[in-house]
Design a protein around this ligand. Structure first.
Ligand SMILES: Nc1nc2c(c(=O)[nH]1)N[C@H]1C(S)=C(S)[C@@H](COP(=O)(O)OP(=O)(O)OC[C@H]3O[C@@H](n4cnc5c(=O)[nH]c(N)nc54)[C@H](O)[C@@H]3O)O[C@H]1N2
Ligand SMILES: Nc1nc2c(c(=O)[nH]1)N[C@H]1C(S)=C(S)[C@@H](COP(=O)(O)OP(=O)(O)OC[C@H]3O[C@@H](n4cnc5c(=O)[nH]c(N)nc54)[C@H](O)[C@@H]3O)O[C@H]1N2
Ligand code: SF4
Ligand SMILES: [Mo]
Length: 876
């Protein structure tokens, strides 16, 4: 209870791997109030901008409510029988390896367990892989090579107990904001130092002492150099090294590597190594700048080598820390969701492990060889080896590299099933059978976060329409394929208990993942289950791994691994001279099927963009707000130009979030090459080579409307606003009749209209009214449209505002793009307050404007604004 009288239910945020606890209070009309759970160990009440806006995303307008086969709504019985028959017939005709599941690190553990059991135990193929292949595969491979198992040694408390945090290829401030806030809070107490290792200057740099802008892909060279300095500085731990193999060969290899590949100066290298050597309590946090690389697994081992050599692992405030992206990336690894893993951290290729799992499941057949990894799986779809595909809780037509190729492959697959919460995704639009899943807040189960803490997600809203839980859909298909007993589940609690019992077998093989003490959990205990860090056995609960020097290789030791720096697979050429880096923005989640529903999350960035260094912009003849055509050998994307020295010369950065639904030419993975790490199979999503040219628009447009628009121009990007929608537009050929064009765009054949146009010069301003209220407006210009967008988006619904000037009146200044999404405070408002009120720090901004005082996700950007402003003043 929170004092309002209505009960609150504890659950877990469905976005990132921090796994924050939330308290949910339904309003009884489909709405949901969400606040941070003060009791949850991951966040202790904090939430970031995405978590705070969860209530905006639970509406049903966009939801898929019934099964659809070949475009027509049908019953579950018909749909699932059809799925089961097609899979069974395909297997009968072409063998088990002719079918595949492509699943997700966002599935709950119970869903994931059933999918893996059905494919590996009963269909008898290992062709199940997951979007974690694009996310955590390099870390899994690196962990297994070093430790013998895929073990995250540390805990979140280590981030607060460290004196040095090294963020490698992690924009923690935006991607794991609550962890970043925990670190910044600890920094105030103990003066924690932060080093960011990233080719790009990010929001995470704002709280950091040092930013090492290394050359893309060169992390191995940097950590090899650190390894030699550890040796020379005598910082290695002789006692701990007894628990490891490979020190000498690793050292020789490290010496023969070329630190110049990092492009860092001697001063930078020395300062970093000195700090590392002199600080016992160091946590190295790493994420996609490490994993998404053709040397991803080697980067992981180069980092682990340094921690193992110094014994700085598994002790308070020390250790390597892979932060997981998705809410259940960790759970997926536990159930063995990757094509080369078995359940419970057991190995598919180990005959004893296989036999144990087969006996436990009473499985008729088990595959003996790994299945197809994501990229290979979609290649096999393309060339016809995979004839039936089931995609669950992921959107591969957007998120896989060579996304146009993947889209074509899915389209031509003889039979594709998609389970999703909405039909409005690029992948769902391609399938034969579309199955409606219950969404977050409607379903029950567990997830495991980055520090091995298992938490419950709980249902507080009714399942809409015919939607069913993912585990339930999978189990029903399993029964219909003839495996009635193995898939006779009634509740997620039953599945959880089975998984926990299986982990006891893994424990007997001496594996790390053992939660066997939970195998007898009663339904009521599962209902009340509190966040719990694994392992959970009769003798052990939670804690850290490896401080005792006991690892999981057969000899009990850890392996130091000689690794050598390797350049990214795509080499810049005259045709493709730029290196394209891709990643996330603060307020959007992946392909935006949920965050795009929230007006406040959509106001931080409202369209896809590309960051270009100022010198490159000059040589390309690009100005800020132009559109650029970014091309590679695989495809192209049209993106808004932002000119910034946050990226180095020769490099570009573009976000991953836009899709056929929100900006069809902004799908960045159309451009990304499908180069993979040879060890992990993870694609190099951060270093494709591309060309950039100006998109020669004949006209540019900006539109606001109180309803959806019919967008059909060469470039468009749409975003939700508090009053409806906004869109950026551009076209390659002049438009002769702006009245007709605007009426078609807004679907307003008869509404009363004001128009100012100079068609020959592609200038037009059009506004529509209904009952004296503005309902839509369009601004067209031969150059990128300069109007006060963030003011204009507030106007639909207002009585006769003076809209055609595109400017706000003096008494209603344009707030500018939203920086604080919780309180809707724009950049212009903040800059004005800094200037007129002489605000000196982030707290002062908060006191004046509230900005940054709720979730805190925007605090790094507020700090950056302040420092830019102070620099300007100093220069005056
Ligand atoms: N807001 C938001 N948060 C999210 C998500 C989201 O969609 N939105 N998704 C979640 C998921 S699934 C994931 S996996 C995580 C990802 O979290 P992060 O890995 O932190 O996010 P990214 O933006 O993908 O990439 C991190 C950084 O790697 C840098 N980088 C690129 N190449 C290199 C390199 O060669 N070396 C180094 N050292 N750095 C490099 C990039 O410049 C980028 O700043 O975020 C999770 N959290
Ligand atoms: N270039 C480039 N590409 C990347 C990355 C990058 O950094 N750069 N990052 C990669 C990484 S780390 C990741 S994790 C992927 C993420 O990529 P995806 O997994 O493809 O992205 P999502 O938008 O999270 O897709 C989740 C889908 O599940 C649906 N969904 C939501 N809830 C439910 C539910 O309860 N049940 C079911 N069945 N469906 C549901 C959503 O509507 C959505 O369609 O992208 C990868 N692609
Ligand atoms: S940091 Fe934000 S997105 Fe991640 S779990 Fe917490 S509230 Fe959710
Ligand atoms: Mo991810």
């Amino acid at each position: 209870m929170d004092g309002s009288g209505l009960p609150e239910t504890r659950s877990t945020c469905p976005y990132c791997g921090v796994g924050c606890g939330v308290l949910l209070r339904p309003d009884g009309h489909g709405g949901l109030a969400v606040r941070g759970d003060p009791e949850h160990p991951a966040n202790k009440g904090r939430l970031c901008s995405k978590g705070s806006a969860l209530g905006d995303t639970v509406g049903l307008a966009h939801r898929l409510l019934a099964p659809i086969v070949d475009g027509a709504e049908i019953t579950w019985d018909t749909a699932l029988q059809h799925v089961a028959d097609r899979f069974s017939n395909t297997i009968a005709e072409h063998g088990p390896d002719s079918v595949a599941f492509y699943v997700s690190g966002q599935l709950l553990t119970e869903d994931y367990y059933v999918a893996n059991k059905l494919m590996k135990g009963f269909i008898g193929s290992a062709n199940i892989d997951t979007n974690s292949r694009l996310c955590m595969a390099s870390t899994v491979a690196g962990h297994k090579r070093a430790f013998g198992t895929d073990t995250v040694p540390g805990t979140y408390e280590d981030l607060e107990e460290a004196d040095l945090i090294v963020l490698v290829g992690s924009n923690l401030a935006w991607c794991h904001p609550v962890l970043y806030q925990r670190i910044i809070a600890a920094k105030k107490e103990r003066g924690t130092k932060i080093v960011v290792i990233d080719p790009r200057r990010t929001a995470s740099c704002d709280g950091a002492e040092m930013h090492l802008a290394l050359k893309p892909g060169s992390d191995v060279a940097l950590f090899n150099h650190l390894f030699t300095k550890i040796y020379e500085g005598g910082a290695f731990d002789r006692d701990f090294l007894k628990h490891t193999n490979g020190f000498d060969t690793t050292l020789t290899s490290a010496y023969s590597d070329n630190v110049a590949a990092t492009g860092l100066s001697e001063g930078e290298l020395n300062a970093f190594c000195r700090l590392w050597l002199n600080t016992e309590r160091v946590v190295t946090v790493f994420s996609q700048g490490v994993n998404q690389s053709t040397s991803g697994a080697d980067k992981v081992n180069a980092i682990l080598n340094c921690h193992l050599a110094t014994g700085r692992i598994g002790k308070p405030g020390m250790g390597p820390f892979s932060v997981t992206g998705q809410p259940n990336a960790m759970g997926g690894r536990e159930v063995g969701g990757l094509a080369n893993m078995l359940a419970c951290h057991l190995d598919l290729e180990n005959a004893d492990h296989r036999a144990a799992v087969r006996d436990f499941w009473s499985a008729p057949k088990m595959p003996t060889a790994p299945g197809l990894k994501a990229i290979d799986m979609f290649d096999a779809v393309k060339d016809g080896r995979i004839k039936a595909l089931w995609v669950i809780h992921t959107n591969p037509a957007v998120s896989l590299p060579d996304a146009d190729g993947v889209r074509d492959a899915i389209a031509q697959c003889p039979f594709t099933v998609v389970s999703d919460i909405t039909a409005k995704t690029d992948t769902a639009r391609l399938c034969d059978v579309l199955l409606p899943a219950t969404a977050w807040a409607e379903k029950d189960g567990t997830v495991t976060n980055s520090d091995r803490t298992i938490s419950r997600q709980r249902a507080v809203l009714p399942a809409p329409g015919a939607a069913r839980a993912d585990w339930d859909i999978l189990a029903d298909v399993g029964r219909r394929m003839g495996f009635a007993k193995a898939f006779d589940y009634q509740t997620p609690a039953e599945i959880f208990r089975e998984h926990a019992a299986l982990s006891g077998i893994a424990g007997r093989f001496g594996r790390d993942f053992d939660i066997s003490a939970l195998s007898q959990l009663h339904d009521a205990e599962y209902e009340l289950f509190e966040p719990t860090r694994w392992p959970v056995t009769k003798t052990r609960s939670g804690g850290r791994f490896f401080a005792d020097g006991r690892f999981f290789h057969p000899d009990g030791k850890a392996q130091l691994l000689p690794v050598q720096n390797k350049a990214p697979a795509s080499v810049p050429s005259d045709a493709f001279p730029f290196v394209l880096n891709t990643g996330r923005v603060r307020d959007h989640w992946h392909t935006m099927t949920r965050t795009a529903l929230s007006a406040r999350l959509s106001s931080h960035y409202a369209e896809p963009f590309v960051d270009i260094h100022p010198q490159d912009a000059v040589s390309l003849g690009l100005e800020a707000a132009d559109l650029a055509l970014v091309k590679s050998e695989t495809g192209s994307a049209t993106l808004r130009v932002r000119i910034t020295d946050a990226v180095a010369k020769g490099q570009l950065f573009a976000p991953i979030h836009w899709t056929g639904e929100t900006a069809p030419t902004g799908r960045i993975d159309a451009v990304v090459a499908a180069n993979v790490d040879p060890v992990s199979g993870q694609p190099e999503s951060k270093a494709s080579t591309v060309s950039v040219t100006k998109f020669n628009a004949a006209w540019y447009g900006f539109a606001v409307s109180s309803r959806e628009m019919a967008l059909d121009t060469e470039y468009w990007a749409v975003a939700a606003t508090s009053k409806g929608t906004r869109a950026e537009l551009a076209g390659l050929s002049p438009v002769a009749d702006w009245e007709t064009a605007a009426r078609t765009l807004f679907g307003l054949p008869d509404a009363s209209m004001s128009l100012v146009a100079d068609t020959a010069r592609s200038i037009a301003r059009v506004a529509f009214e209904e009952d004296g209220r503005l309902i839509a407006a369009l601004f067209v210009s031969p150059r990128p449209v300069a109007v006060m967008r963030d003011y204009l988006t507030t106007l639909p619904g207002e009585v006769a505002p003076d809209v055609l000037t595109g400017r706000s009146p003096a008494d209603r200044p344009d707030p500018g793009p939203t920086l604080c999404s919780c309180f809707g405070v724009g950049i212009n408002t903040i800059v004005t307050a800094i200037e007129t009120q002489g605000l000196m720090d982030v707290d002062a901004i908060g006191a004046a404007l509230q900005a940054g005082t709720n979730c805190g996700s925007c605090r790094p950007e507020l700090a950056a604004l302040l420092s830019a402003h102070t620099k300007l003043e100093a220069a005056e």
